[in-house]
Structure formats: structure tokens, C-alpha cells
Design a protein around this ligand. Structure first.
Ligand code: BGC
Length: 929
């Protein structure tokens, strides 16, 4: 890959003062208003402050290795209720010196905080392990017991043998490890269930374990427990049901107690509860509450609930005090024993769905008497919180829409059969003054919307009657990307919103219409982008297990996971989500275990594909390059993905030391490649199939093109973009994922960049220019009853290219889990600066560059225990090149100048100089004439 300087003349037209005035302005992120602008500016300055910080802190008080930080177990911080018998640990290292690595570690796991504080790892003391593993370190101590909490800490030795202090203690707690640990039975019969119990002594510890499908809400002594909503995540219920564990110690007390559970239908389309509460009393006794037919049941205020259609909540049916002891439930019936779902109970070990943010509406309009339409200013997932006062029995209806028409009314053509509407029926004024405001949030539904239409409101609502509650899987942000070109920041903003609003326990295609499915094609193209922007490790660990759960004995998997829409077998470009997400888990997090656990299933999947490709060409296809402008033959797309899958399996086999398999799949890959070229390549013309961008990008990206044809194929691709389509994409979402990296691969990042900043149809910028606040399903700006969601994540795959190419944050070929990093920014002429940071599994990786005539600066951060090749680009005709790192010269007279701590070597390439560095923060500045 070569850095690209598209136009020297263009650059020369700009004076140096013009250029420097463009450097590092606070990004003015589009489509955000008011406090969102302020928060964008604040995060910009915070980001700059973070980037400016020398890491590690040179001259800070602590010399040598600092205590390991950010301790995680199974990718989670202090997880409660896990059911992995050999959980894996990860920590982040810090050091006052550059170029540091871990030479050894010691992990202590204790059964009590006290033992740990005495450095007594009574469950596991790894001893001093000579190893540079600081992630994926598997527990290897005594068998872990159901329901027990374990405390752990770690210390590390640096490369010179100096030991760090021990980390702060962390913990993890086991869930229910065996089916026989589950004493409660599945009950149901109504949507509100309750029980009471008495405790003879005060409470030392209380844990609630709950599996409630479709969705549950748990209450203990009048308190709603936990911050999850729409829990548990959707799974293939016949195979697996997720349960959650809550620490309810503060809510359970000596004497009388009550438990209440509300159940929603969710994706289960029925209701069932399995529950138990384990209490340790002060006198040492153990007490257990189980779900059984002694519980009471009735249908409560949730009159109806459906993911697609919304909820009707009649507050007149509330039973105040139902979740407290002493409540008179004599009119309630008894809970029924129900079969419940057949799947095994598994711990939910990922960030749950949460109500994570609140949006204040931008405006309220009344297009017709009694009809009020709120504009949230942002297409979002979740619901509207309603604040209302009025007569008992008044019904306020909220209907949700992504679009509004010019007359101010909502337009719901694109959400198809989803009724997406919530109705709240008021309980009416209380006896005391001040009790009259009623606040409603739905319990068991969510919507994708920007506009809320309110009807039936008693009196006139105000802007304060509605708040947007943003709901999705609460994955932590780990990446930030900003650039001097405003449109890129606006696109990045759309990518993040579209990605988050499509994480609901599974990655979904959309969040609004009668679909919201785990479409695997959408999942495979977005996975890399998602991992650069958010901490997806636990989320995808769960999703890969979901995929395995749908696999049949013949190896087939399905278009959607869980399987509700689409076909079995999956379209090959959709099925690729299985090998590819495993592969990305290895790449991004160094997760070898996911490769081990899925190897047999992946092999079965690939063998199934092979059985459908007797002549080494896999032809079956349903969707091909979905939503493309120029159609590419589906069989070319399927066959290319077949090759991809075989290649991934070959590489996984090699990593796992299965050399015979690796060789066999290498051979198969060669055969598939040859057959692909025989079938689709016109060797005379140097074109594939009908010569679309997708056909050429797939072939180039996957390395399918014979060497002698590469130039021709690359030429056809770039001609098609530049001349036939005036620098526009014509691909669908499958093609565009590979188009951008393929262009970078052939040295045309400049052209990829022009596509990225294009603002006319079809382009990402066109969406921005037309007011999109999330990415559309189609390149077209469409409305009406046909397929045109305004919140699909899949075109956001370009976000990975922002990080990889524009910011240059990459893994080395052997760098899984960011052990070896390659920083190689594509410095395109039109950009003056780019700045990106990713909190990787090993710590912060950042890359920020500026470019002005005769000078390039590149600041990078490499975590302790990692190293990097840092490729500093130079302008092609530049001579007398000098590179400084901080105050020191590290390159002069075409030679590396040694001596700068952490910089161990350098070599010149055609248009760049590559420095080898260890951990630390580096500020390179290349100048020349
Ligand atoms: C979804 C897509 C999905 C496709 C399969 C659509 O309805 O919304 O994103 O991948 O079906 O072709």
C-alpha cells in the first residue's frame, strides 16, 4: 500500500497559511445541535488532550512498570454470574519507559477478598509465569463452584525483570454451572407473578437468578432490580435461554419480603419464568426461594405487548404494592406450571440492553387539531417517555415513524406491518396534590424512530411531555475517528448511530419495521467497523454461539440468527458471518478459544459448501450484492465468499496447529480460485463477469486475480468508478465492504477517499446532505411502502476503512490481538489531518497525522507489550528528508539515526520511511524539500 498524494498542483494552489489554518480545528459535527454540539466539542478537546499526553507518562512519579489496570474476565469487568469453567483474564500494562514488554505475570485467584489481600491465591496461584500473554490468560486453578465469588489480581514483570505492584483486586462470580443447580420450575399463566417469603435473620448476601422469556422485569421489595431492559437477549430458545444474575443483597431483608416479576412476550411470543433467589443469612444458614406453583399470578397493566406493534398499558390495572410484602393477593390466581423453552440455560455474559441516553425533542408541531408530532432530531432506537396528567381512563397514543411529511404529519410507509405504537391509559388524579403527573415508559417493546405522533393527550402537551429514551445493547465505545474533512465526521456519526441502534442482543438489520432480524450478511460486513468503534468482544462471543445454535447436522446455517426470516442454507455471502466473525475475534482480540470451540462447526459448514460445489464453483445465491445499483451475478458473489470461507478455515487450522487440515484447505482454496477464474474471468479483457465494481473489488480484495491480470482488473475497476460513474459507487452492501480496502490495496486510496467524501447520489455523503441521521438501507433517497429503511447499519462497513486506511491503524499479519501493530496512514492530498484512537484489548492505540506542504507529522501510541511498524509517508518527489521524533533526529541522509528510546530501526520504501518502535507515545515529524 502506498500513501497517495492525489494532486500536487491542487495542493500548491493553497497557501501554507491556508493549510495551517485548517489544522486541527474542533470538528463541527453535522446534524447535532445544542448540547450535542457542545459535547462534540468537549469530546474533541478531551480527545486532543488524550492524544497530547505522552503515554506512558515520562518523568511521572512511578518509575518502571505500573500496576496492571483494566482487569477483565471473559471480556467483562467484575462479571456476576458467568458459566465458563476456565474463564480468561486480560489486563492492560503501563510503564514509565518506552519499548516495554511483559516478561512474566502472576495471577492470584482467591475465594475471599481477605485471602487475596494476603496474596494468598487459594483457588489459583499461577506462580511467576514466563510469558508475554496479557490477554486470553485462562484460569487453571481448582474447580470453580456454582454461585461462588472469586477475587483476583495480577502483577507483571517488565522486560528487565522488574516487578510491578499488584493490580487493584477484581472479581468474578460464577452462575449456576449445572442444570441440577436450577431448583425453580418454569411457571407462567399470566404476565404478572409474585411471591412472598420470610427470613429469620438479617441478610449477608442475596443473589437472584432469573430466566424470564420473552422479556422480564424483576422487582424485589418494591424496587425494580438492575438496569437491563428487554432482557434476556433473543436466542434460539429451543437450544438456549439466557439467564441473568443480580446482587439483591441491599434489597432483601430479615423478616417479610416480596418478589414480583412482569413478563413480556418478546421474541418468545409467550411468557415463562424460571427463578431462584439464594440468600445467606447472618446466622450462616442458606435460604432459597424458587419459582413454583405456589406463586400468584394475574394479568397486570400491560394489556398487550409486541416487539413490532408496541405496548398498551392500562395504569388503572396497576396493583400498587404488588411487589411488596403484605399485599393482598387473594384475588390473584395461582401460577401455572408451563413447559418453558427447551434450551439449556446459559449465563448472559455480555452487556445487556439498556436505556442508555435521553434525547430532548427539537420541536413539537400540531399538524391537525389534537395531533402533536415531536421531532427527536435523531433517528434512534428505544421509545418515548411520556409525561401526562389528566382524567382516569384517558388514552394517550404514541405512534413512531422515521419520516415526516411536509405538512408535519408522520410518514410510516416504510415500517410495513409493524404497528409501532404505544398506548398509555391514565390512572387519573391521586388524592394528594402533586401526585398527578404520570410518567410512562413501555416495558416490552422498542421502536426505531425520529418522530413521535401523540394523540389523545388530555389538554395540550408541551415539549417536556416527551423524552426520547435511547435503548440498545450497552456496548462501551472504544474508538474515535475525526478528520479535517467535515463530511467524514458526519458519516462517522451516522455509522455509530446506525451501529448502536442495531445492537439488540444480536446484530440486527434494522430497528423499525417488521423485521429487526439477525441478518448474517449485514452482520458480516459491519463486524470490523463495530469492533473498531465499540467493545464487541463479549457481544460477538455470544453471537457466534447463537450461530452455532442454528447449525444443523448437515453443517448448514441460516440467513438470520436466530432463524426467523430467510432460508436454510444461508446465502453464502450471509453465511460467511460465521467464519468471518470468528476470524475478526481472533484478529481484534487474539481469541484463540473461539477458534478452538468453533473449529469443528466451521469445518462442517465449509464441507457443506463444498458439497454444493462439485466443480469447485459455488453457485447458489439468493441475494447476491444486495441493494446494488449495478447488478453482479449472484453466483460470482457466492463463489467468492466460498473461497473466502475456505481461506479463513485454512488459516484457522494453521493457527490451531492442524497442519493436515490446513494443507487440505490450502489445496481446496487453490482449486476454488482456479475454478473461479476459469468461470468468471475474461483473460483477454481482464474483466470479471459483467465487469461491475463488485465483481472486480471482490476478486482483488480476496487475492483471486492472477498476477498477470491484476493491472488490467485494477484499471477496469478504477475506470468504472472514475469515468463510467463520475466517481460514484455502484455496489450494494456486499461489494462496498471490499471496494474501499481493495482500492487501498491497489494504491488508490485517493479514489476510495473521493468516494468516501462524495456527496451526490449514490454516496454516504448524499445521505448526510439529505438530512439522514442514521444510514439508509438504499443509496436512493426513497420513501413509500417499498423497502427503504432509514436505519440500516450495513453501509457503515466503510467505518473500518476510516480507521485502517485514513488513520492507518492496522494489525501486522502476525499481530492478532494487537500484539504487532502496523500504523500506515493513507495521507490523501485533500485531508489536512486525521486523528483516531482505539482502546484495544491490550490498551490504547492511536494515530494522528497532519499534512502541509513539505511536512508530515505522525503521532502514535502503542500499548505496553506491543510493538509497531510506523510507516511515515513522504511526498514522492521530496528530497533531503529529515525525520524527527520529538526533539531527536531519527532519519537523515537516507539513513536511520539510532539513539531515540523505543525506536529500534528504520528503512526507506518507495514513498515512505518505516520505523520500528516498541510501546510508548511517539511524535514523528518528516520534513523535506
Ligand atoms: C434486510 C437486509 C438483509 C436482506 C437479505 C432485508 O430485508 O433488511 O438488510 O440482509 O433482507 O437480503
Amino acid at each position: 500500500m502506498k500513501p497517495t498524494f492525489v494532486s500536487r498542483t491542487q495542493r500548491k494552489r493553497m497557501s501554507s497559511s491556508q493549510v495551517s489554518s485548517l489544522r486541527f480545528p474542533p470538528p463541527n459535527i453535522g446534524n447535532c445541535r445544542g448540547n450535542r454540539i457542545i459535547s462534540a466539542i468537549i469530546s474533541w478537546f478531551v480527545l486532543q488532550a488524550v492524544i497530547a499526553l505522552p503515554v506512558p507518562l515520562a518523568g511521572s512519579a512511578m518509575a518502571g512498570p505500573a500496576a496492571p489496570a483494566n482487569l477483565r474476565c471473559q471480556y467483562l469487568t467484575n462479571p456476576l454470574g458467568i458459566d465458563v469453567t476456565q474463564p480468561r483474564f486480560a489486563w492492560v500494562l503501563e510503564h514509565s519507559e518506552r519499548g516495554e514488554t511483559q516478561s512474566a505475570y502472576q495471577v492470584l485467584v482467591a475465594t475471599s477478598a481477605e485471602n487475596l489481600s494476603h496474596d494468598h491465591g487459594d483457588a489459583w496461584d499461577s506462580g511467576k509465569m514466563a510469558s508475554d500473554d496479557s490477554t486470553q490468560v485462562a484460569y487453571a486453578g481448582k474447580a470453580l463452584e456454582s454461585g461462588h465469588r472469586y477475587y483476583w489480581k495480577v502483577r507483571a514483570w517488565d522486560k528487565g525483570g522488574a516487578a510491578s505492584p499488584y493490580s487493584h483486586p477484581a472479581w468474578f462470580e460464577m452462575g449456576l454451572l449445572s442444570p441440577s443447580d436450577w431448583k425453580g420450575e418454569w411457571i407462567g399463566g399470566a404476565n404478572q407473578l409474585r411471591t412472598e417469603f420470610k427470613l429469620a435473620d438479617s441478610v449477608m448476601l442475596a443473589r437472584a437468578t432469573i430466566a424470564g422469556v420473552g422479556y422480564y422485569e424483576l422487582h424485589v421489595n418494591g424496587v425494580r432490580i438492575g438496569s437491563s431492559v428487554l432482557d434476556p437477549a433473543w436466542t434460539t430458545y429451543e437450544k438456549r435461554v439466557l439467564y441473568a444474575t443480580y446482587d439483591v443483597t441491599p434489597y432483601v431483608q430479615g423478616g417479610a419480603n416480596a418478589i414480583g416479576v412482569m413478563l413480556g412476550q418478546g421474541w418468545f411470543a409467550s411468557r415463562a419464568l424460571r427463578f431462584q433467589l439464594d440468600v445467606e443469612l447472618a446466622d450462616g444458614r442458606h435460604f432459597q426461594v424458587q419459582s413454583n406453583t405456589s406463586w400468584k399470578a394475574r394479568n397486570g397493566p400491560v394489556v398487550s405487548d409486541s416487539v413490532y406493534n408496541g405496548e398498551i398499558y392500562d395504569a388503572r390495572l396497576e396493583a400498587p404494592g404488588w411487589d411488596r410484602s403484605g399485599f393482598d393477593d387473594s384475588a390473584w390466581s395461582t401460577a401455572q406450571s408451563v413447559p418453558g423453552p427447551q434450551g439449556v440455560l446459559s449465563a448472559e455474559m455480555m452487556p445487556p440492553i439498556r436505556d442508555v441516553d435521553t434525547l430532548v425533542p427539537l420541536s413539537m408541531r400540531s399538524p391537525r387539531p389534537g395531533v402533536y408530532v415531536y421531532d427527536m432530531g435523531q433517528n434512534m432506537s428505544g421509545w418515548a417517555e411520556l409525561r401526562v396528567r389528566g382524567p382516569r381512563g384517558a388514552a394517550v397514543k404514541m405512534r413512531f415513524a422515521e419520516l415526516a411529511d411536509d405538512d408535519g404529519t408522520i410518514n410510516r410507509d416504510d415500517i410495513r406491518a409493524a404497528k409501532a405504537s404505544d398506548t398509555y391509559i391514565l390512572r387519573g388524579p391521586g388524592i394528594l396534590r402533586g401526585e398527578d403527573d404520570e410518567v410512562y415508559n413501555p416495558h416490552f417493546t422498542y421502536h426505531g424512530f425520529r418522530y413521535v405522533e401523540v394523540t389523545g393527550y388530555p389538554g395540550t402537551p408541551s415539549l417536556d411531555s416527551i423524552r426520547g429514551r435511547v435503548v440498545h445493547s450497552a456496548v462501551a465505545p472504544v474508538g474515535s475517528f475525526v478528520a479535517s474533512k467535515q463530511i467524514l465526521n458526519q458519516i462517522q456519526r451516522l455509522i455509530r448511530w446506525s451501529q448502536l441502534t442495531n445492537l439488540f442482543g444480536i446484530p440486527t438489520d434494522c430497528d423499525q419495521r417488521d423485521e429487526r432480524q439477525g441478518w448474517m450478511g449485514d452482520a458480516q460486513v459491519t463486524a470490523e467497523e463495530a469492533m473498531m468503534n465499540f467493545d464487541m468482544a463479549a457481544f460477538y462471543t455470544n453471537f457466534v454461539r447463537d450461530i452455532r445454535d442454528v447449525q444443523a447436522s448437515d453443517g448448514t446455517i441460516t440467513d438470520t440468527v436466530p432463524h426467523r426470516y430467510g432460508s436454510r442454507p444461508a446465502d453464502p455471502a450471509w453465511g460467511t458471518a460465521f467464519p468471518l466473525i470468528c476470524w475478526h475475534m481472533w484478529q481484534q482480540y487474539g481469541d484463540r478459544r473461539i477458534l478452538e470451540e468453533n473449529y469443528d462447526s466451521l469445518k462442517k459448514y465449509v464441507e457443506f459448501l463444498r458439497s454444493r460445489a462439485p466443480d469447485n464453483v459455488l453457485r447458489y445465491s439468493y441475494y447476491g450484492d444486495w441493494v446494488a445499483i449495478d447488478h453482479t451475478p449472484g453466483e460470482l458473489v457466492s463463489d467468492a465468499y466460498y473461497y473466502y470461507d475456505v481461506e479463513i478455515l485454512r488459516d484457522i487450522a494453521a493457527i490451531l496447529g492442524k497442519s493436515a487440515d490446513s494443507q487440505a484447505y490450502a489445496q481446496l482454496a487453490d482449486q476454488v480460485r482456479a475454478a473461479f477464474n476459469q468461470t468468471f474471468l475474461d483473460t483477454k479483457a481482464g474483466t470479471y463477469a459483467n465487469g461491475t465494481q463488485t465483481a472486480h473489488a471482490l476478486a482483488l480484495f480476496l487475492g483471486l486475480v492472477p498476477n498477470e491480470q491484476r493491472g488490467a482488473v485494477a484499471g477496469h475497476l478504477t475506470d468504472d468508478i472514475s469515468y463510467a460513474h463520475n466517481t460514484h459507487v455502484t455496489t450494494g452492501f456486499i461489494g462496498v465492504k471490499v471496494l474501499m480496502p481493495a482500492l487501498t490495496e491497489i494504491g488508490r486510496s485517493d479514489l476510495a477517499y473521493e468516494l468516501a467524501v462524495q456527496t451526490t447520489y449514490p454516496s454516504w455523503g448524499y445521505m448526510v446532505e439529505n438530512g439522514a441521521t442514521t444510514l439508509w438501507e438504499l443509496w436512493e433517497n426513497k420513501r413509500g411502502p417499498s423497502m427503504n429503511s432509514h436505519d440500516h447499519a450495513m453501509f457503515g462497513s466503510v467505518g473500518a476503512w476510516f480507521y485502517n486506511a485514513l488513520a492507518g491503524i492496522n494489525l501486522s499479519a502476525d499481530g492478532a490481538g494487537y500484539r504487532h501493530i502496523r500504523i500506515e496512514p493513507q495521507v490523501v492530498e485533500d485531508l489536512h489531518w486525521v486523528s483516531a484512537t482505539v482502546e484495544t484489548i491490550r490498551g490504547t492505540v492511536s494515530s494522528s497525522w497532519t499534512h502541509s506542504p513539505g511536512e508530515i507529522t505522525l503521532d502514535v501510541t502503542i500499548p505496553v507489550n506491543s510493538d509497531a511498524k510506523v510507516v511515515v509517508p513522504k511526498e514522492e518527489e521530496m528530497t533531503a528528508v529529515t525525520v524527527r521524533e520529538g526533539d531527536r533526529i531519527v532519519w537523515q541522509n537516507d539513513e536511520f539515526v539510532p539513539g531515540d528510546p523505543g525506536v529500534t530501526g528504520a528503512s526507506a520504501g518507495h514513498g515512505d520511511i518505516t520505523f520500528e518502535v516498541g510501546s510508548g507515545h511517539y511524535a514523528f515529524r518528516l520534513t523535506g524539500e
